[in-house]
Design a protein around this ligand. Structure first.
Ligand code: GRG
Length: 296
């Protein structure tokens, strides 16, 4: 399949919808809304929204059914990056090749922009007009899926353990906990949300969950590898920054070759999990390979 045009078409749909649903820069408070939009439109790959769309399509659903949830996932992802970059956390000056939110605006505005994006995400998920035609019980299920993926049992929990572990020796189970929660949980929630909105039955949800778990971890291992071998011009982040900070990563614990092999194995497992879904899951399968072999 032509993944490039698949990604381009869906990225466009997501960008137009985000522009529509995010508060305008001309609305008060101007600086807050500018900061929210600055980070949302800073050139992200829209991976999580596209995963939720592809999961819905794999079950026979449509983009329209899933677009509000897809946008809410990107808002949550963007909030997590803004807060991750703050001086209290990673203290990064650049993200996606541009100044981070607290550098471009100020620290208080960056904190508030993250807070507001997280809150707006849940407003959009619960918005009756945006979700018209979707059964209310499906919306409730998706709110629970996304809240779990984003909260202390998911992404925030992974970030907390990552922060606690910085500068100390991390064993393999702790590393896997950090990766599956900090990054994997929102990726898994994206896939599950798309499937749920498209009306996936129990077996279909099981297939999507198996895919999301393996693909989410593979994505983070690929990110660790990119941090070492990636081209800074493409990743938008300083190469070798994980090592300089003493961060726990797969290559640091297993070596580069074994980390690559583990990412590849997980990718194969993610693709195999989708076999029960047949042809309609082809884009999701291609996305798993893309997540592991990407260069940015
Ligand atoms: C602060 C609550 C809180 C959580 C932060 C996701 C996260 C948790 C921190 C990000 C740290 C990081 C760079 C992790 C590596 C994997 C990752 C999430 C990369 C960024 O995701 P992409 O590549 O980003 O999808 P784009 O820019 O394409 O949207």
């Amino acid at each position: 399949m032509d993944l490039k045009s698949y990604l381009a078409e869906r990225t466009d749909r997501v960008d137009v919808a985000l522009d529509y649903w995010l508060p305008a820069e001309t609305l008060l408070p101007l600086r807050l809304h500018q900061a929210m939009r600055y980070s949302v439109f800073a050139g992200g790959k829209r991976l999580r929204p596209i995963l939720s769309i592809a999961a819905a399509e794999a079950i026979g659903g449509s983009i329209e059914q899933v677009l509000p949830a897809a946008c809410s996932l990107e808002m949550i992802h963007t909030y997590s990056l803004i807060h991750d970059d703050l001086p209290a956390m990673d203290n990064d000056n650049f993200r996606r090749g541009q100044p981070t939110s607290h550098r471009q605006f100020d620290e208080a505005t960056a904190i508030l922009a993250g807070d507001a994006l997280l809150t707006e995400a849940f407003r959009l998920l619960a918005d009756a007009e945006a979700n018209r035609g979707v059964a209310p019980e499906k919306i409730l299920q998706v709110i629970a899926i996304i809240a779990r993926g984003a909260g202390s049992l998911g992404m925030v929990g992974g970030q907390a353990v990552d922060m606690e572990s910085e500068g100390s020796e991390v064993d393999f189970p702790t590393l896997e906990y950090i990766h599956t929660h900090k990054t994997g949980a929102l990726i898994l929630a994206s896939v599950q949300a798309g499937g749920c909105l498209a009306g996936a039955d129990r077996d279909q949800m099981k297939a999507l969950t198996g895919y999301g778990e393996s693909a989410g971890l593979a994505f983070q291992i690929a990110d660790d590898i990119l941090n070492i071998v990636g081209d800074q011009a493409q990743t938008g982040k300083a190469s070798g920054s994980d090592q300089a900070r003493g961060k726990a990563t797969y290559p640091a614990l297993l070596g580069l070759a074994e980390a690559r092999q583990r990412a590849e194995e997980l990718c194969v497992r993610a693709v195999a999990a989708l076999d029960p879904l047949g042809e309609a899951a082809r884009p999701l399968k291609a996305l798993a390979r893309h997540m592991v072999n990407r260069n940015s």
